[in-house]
Ligand binder design. Structure first.
Ligand code: NAD
Length: 472
């Protein structure tokens, strides 16, 4: 459960605030062998948290993940403090109280009068400045951000965020503690959103922009991001799960904290939906409707099978052209191989970071015959098509029928600079590159953090920091 090869540099950890986060941190700390002293202002909250954590250990023992002895031992390591002064023996205190600057500043000032001078004061804040929390402390050099994710035991990452005046040794010790608790520790600078919440801005924001431009509807965008992008969940399913009350506020907060950085600009779409109470799963309706908790995903648009017509493929990108030619042959449609297409031919284009119209005009083609295919992620699980505003209906139908010949689902988009997947990936890459350039975290840390903190597929992580696939 804990990483026993990394010894904890602390022996007694205090938790203030035993809600969703505090109890998870307490559980991991006890498993790492620390004595854990719990305090909460709300009567009965510590008892409730202890019962919750003990229940988890009992179930783990029943499933033989830990022994009965271990469950008993961990349980004995949890100690309730009836008042804040009970945290005096702690060599580190982690606060997970309400997300308000004054409350956290007040708590740390109170704690400084209670704990020893060497004790570390850590905050689990997700949106406040660690430096600002430390600013009212007598010893800001011992204050640090120690940011876990919900649910704490399952999200195997903790951000370690030194404030501007935090002592280097404190950062090292808290990182070692995070590792002893079994988590990957990502050191990041004290900047808005730190690392994970900063890196996560691109996914939903760009998806909302795509929706706002009527390039595709939420279900189409989600299907593309899951099937072609390999993401666990599409951006609109994620927005519905988190709830717009939380997501819209985070979008606005990061945007304003970065002084209206255009990259993070929130969408009027979510503000409007928030006003309408369409928060997502929790209100039974968001971008999708929920019936008895089950997401109602609209059916895929039907694709009509039409007779074969000649197909001409742009040679813009050799690899893409070869893959498409293979598909055309497999479907037994006639392939035109001349330098220019005949008037009857469906023209398939393979733009990267370009819209279908510009791609057609650049090659001197008649846009009425052209349909673009997104080749960024290959043709395996889903195929995304993009039409120009004047592509003739017959050619759109032909392209859909051809690309769907083997039953692989096809999504058809309005013209846009880079389909859906290319656009979202490009934004993730750009935000990741910005994070690296600003020195918020090391590239390898960014990769691992987005994988663990955001659940991004690992193949995409390398793109985030280092590679710029093709023209992205
Ligand atoms: N929930 C998340 O997904 C998440 C993720 C990362 C970070 N955080 C941060 O963690 C902190 C706690 O969040 P949470 O979701 O666990 O909240 P929560 O509401 O579940 O728990 C907060 C607990 O703190 C107690 N509390 C409030 N003020 C207190 C005070 N002054 N002294 C002692 N106890 C006090 C409350 O009684 C409550 O039990 C916040 O700063 C939040 O931003 C939350």
């Amino acid at each position: 459960m804990s990483n026993e090869s990394t010894p904890s540099p602390f022996t007694t950890l205090g938790i203030v605030g035993t809600g969703a986060m505090g109890r998870g941190i307490a559980q991991l700390a006890a498993q790492a062998g620390l004595k854990v002293i719990l305090f909460d202002v709300k009567e009965g909250a510590v008892e409730e948290a202890k019962t919750f954590i003990n229940g988890l250990w009992e179930r783990s023992a029943e499933k033989q993940r830990i022994t009965q002895q271990q469950a008993q031992q961990y349980s004995e390591q949890l100690i309730e403090a009836s008042e804040l002064a009970g945290l005096a023996p702690c060599d580190i205190v982690v606060e997970a109280i309400v997300e308000k600057l004054e409350a956290k500043q007040g708590l740390f000032s109170d704690l400084e009068a209670i704990v020893s001078q060497q004790a570390v004061l850590a905050t689990n804040t997700s949106s406040l400045s660690v430096t600002a929390i430390a600013a009212t402390c007598q010893h800001p050099e011992r204050v640090i951000g120690f940011h876990f994710f919900n649910p704490v035991p399952l999200m195997k990452i903790a951000e370690v965020i030194p404030g501007l005046r935090t002592h280097h040794e404190v950062t090292q010790r808290v990182s070692a503690l995070g590792q002893a608790m079994g988590h990957f520790t990502a050191q990041a600078t004290d900047t808005p959103g730190f690392l994970v919440n900063h890196a996560g801005r691109a996914f939903g924001t760009e998806a909302l922009r795509i929706l706002g431009e009527s390039v595709a509807d939420p279900a189409t965008i989600d299907r593309i991001m899951v099937d072609q992008g390999g993401f666990r969940m599409g951006p609109f399913t994620l927005l519905d799960l988190t709830g717009l009350d939380v997501s819209h506020a985070v979008m606005e907060s990061v945007y304003h904290q970065y002084y209206e950085e255009a990259r993070f600009r929130p969408s009027p779409l979510t503000r409007q939906r928030l006003a309408a109470g369409l928060l997502g799963r929790k209100t039974g309706e968001g971008f999708y409707r929920y019936v008895e908790g089950k997401q109602q995903m609209p059916d895929e648009p039907a694709i009509e099978t039409v007779p074969a017509c000649p197909v001409w493929i742009s040679q813009d990108d050799f690899e893409s052209a070869s893959a498409l030619a293979e598909l055309v042959n497999a479907a037994s449609w006639p392939l035109e191989t001349g330098a220019q297409p005949s008037e009857q031919a469906l023209c398939l284009l393979t733009p990267f970071g370009e819209d279908a119209t510009r791609c057609a005009l650049r090659q001197g083609l008649d846009a009425k015959q052209c349909v673009a295919v997104d080749m960024l992620a290959g043709l395996d699980k889903r195929r995304s098509l993009m039409t120009t505003p004047i592509t003739q209906h017959a050619f759109i139908q032909a392209a859909q029928s051809l690309l769907n010949h083997d039953g692989t689902p096809v999504s058809t988009l309005q013209d846009s600079n880079g389909f859906v997947l290319q656009r979202v990936i490009a934004c993730i890459v750009n935000v990741g590159a910005d994070i690296a350039q600003q020195g918020v975290a090391e590239p390898a840390t960014i990769d691992r953090a987005v994988e663990l903190g955001l659940g991004y597929p690992s193949a995409r992580c390398a793109w985030v920091t280092i590679t710029a696939p093709r023209a992205l």
